[in-house]
Design a protein around this ligand. Structure first.
Ligand code: PLP
Length: 361
């Protein structure tokens, strides 16, 4: 059997073993073509079938209404920080809800293309919470309101779909897409870098309503235009064919798990196991996010000192629990437990946490 560890990295992240094995089995002769999927022309029937299958599966998993398009882009979620305002801001203003490192980066990027207003209170103590709906102060004339549904670095997740109150909602769902059901019709555009819940890095999924797309028809050309992707089946240029292929396999795997509702229950159970261990540790472990905004995907916590954090991580690594070090900008511990992360790995982590607290506490 292949040597595998429990991989808690935040992205690129764990992929389902079944997906890796299928990709391995098909690697040198993709479905009778006599070549790998990476060697196929993106215009070939064999590749078009992959792209259409990935799109069809995503549509069904997300229960997308007919008036939404799915686009496969490159440039990571970071390109979306600029591409959204390039296409939709046109020198005007937009509202940004800033709840963590990524939403702040998105707001900053938008500032190069127009006015980006922050519309929620931000605590001086760092990013530990999300605003209640009545704390938002939307501005008049905003072209859209942007938020990040799960802040991967800060471990803060919105427990609700943001209501734009008539303003189109744009959401960076990179780290919780397909992890729980959402009401798509609340959104005009959702984007997600694939490397956490959907596939490998290098491909970004954009879900956008046709009505919203129409509002930016003339603003950009070429590979910076959403409409050129929509008008050319995501291929105004050569797409990330390998990435789209893996997305198709991950979606096929998710269908076998019972879809988004079923995986959502498993995700809740996984996160609960770790948060209960934190809360039952008499303060040995301290969660960094407020309980009401705790992420189900990135569980962030600290021990009593940076030295103890480091000791925790190196002991975990020796026990086959890899990638628990928090992001370099915030430190601490982060357990990323996306859809494909198995519950057995969470159980092993919880056992390790309990033993470590007993030995060091
Ligand atoms: C929520 C969120 N947005 C944006 C990004 C940036 O993604 P990329 O590195 O693909 O540009 C990340 C990366 O981890 C993320 O977690």
């Amino acid at each position: 059997m292949t040597f595998r560890v429990f991989n808690f990295y935040s992205g690129p992240a764990t992929l389902p073993l079944a997906v890796l094995e299928k990709a391995q089995a098909e690697l040198t002769n993709f479905r009778g073509t006599g070549m790998s999927v990476m060697e196929l022309s993106h215009r070939s029937d064999a590749f078009l079938a992959v792209l259409r299958s990935a799109e069809t599966r995503l549509r069904s998993l997300l229960a997308l209404p007919d008036n939404y398009r799915i686009l496969f882009l490159q440039g990571g979620a970071s390109l979306q920080f600029s591409m959204v305002p390039m296409n939709f801001l046109a020198g005007g203003s937009a509202d940004y809800v800033v709840t963590g490192t990524w939403s702040e980066k998105a707001r900053k990027a938008a500032g190069s293309f127009g006015t980006a207003n922050v519309i929620n209170p931000i605590s001086a103590d760092g990013y530990t919470s999300v605003p209640a709906p009545d704390e938002l102060r939307p501005t008049s004339g905003a072209k859209y309101v942007h938020y990040v549904s799960n802040e991967t670095i800060d471990g803060v997740e919105f427990p609700y779909d943001l209501d734009g109150l008539g303003t189109p909602v744009v959401c960076d769902a990179s780290s919780n897409i397909l992890s729980r059901p959402v009401d798509i019709e609340n959104y005009s555009l959702i984007y997600a870098g694939a490397q956490k819940n959907i596939g490998p890095s290098g491909v970004t999924v954009v879900i956008v309503s046709e009505e919203f797309l129409e509002t930016c028809r003339s603003s950009q050309n070429g590979v910076l235009s959403y409409n050129s992707f929509a008008d050319n089946e995501s291929m105004p240029n050569t797409p990330n064919t390998w990435g789209i292929y893996i997305i198709d396999l991950v979606c096929e795997w998710l269908e076998r798990q019972g879809g988004v509702e079923a995986i959502s229950l498993i995700n809740d159970a996984k996160a609960k196991l770790i948060y209960e261990t934190i809360d039952g540790s008499d303060g040995f472990y301290k969660g960094t996010a407020e309980a009401s905004a705790r992420s189900r995907m990135n569980v962030t916590f600290r021990l009593g000192s940076a030295e103890l954090d480091a000791e925790f991580c190196s002991g975990a690594k020796a026990a086959g629990l890899v990638g628990l070090k928090g992001h370099r900008s915030v430190g601490g511990i982060r357990a990323s437990i996306y859809n494909a992360f198995p519950i057995e790995g969470v159980e092993r982590l919880v056992e390790y946490m309990t033993d470590f607290a007993q030995t060091k506490g």
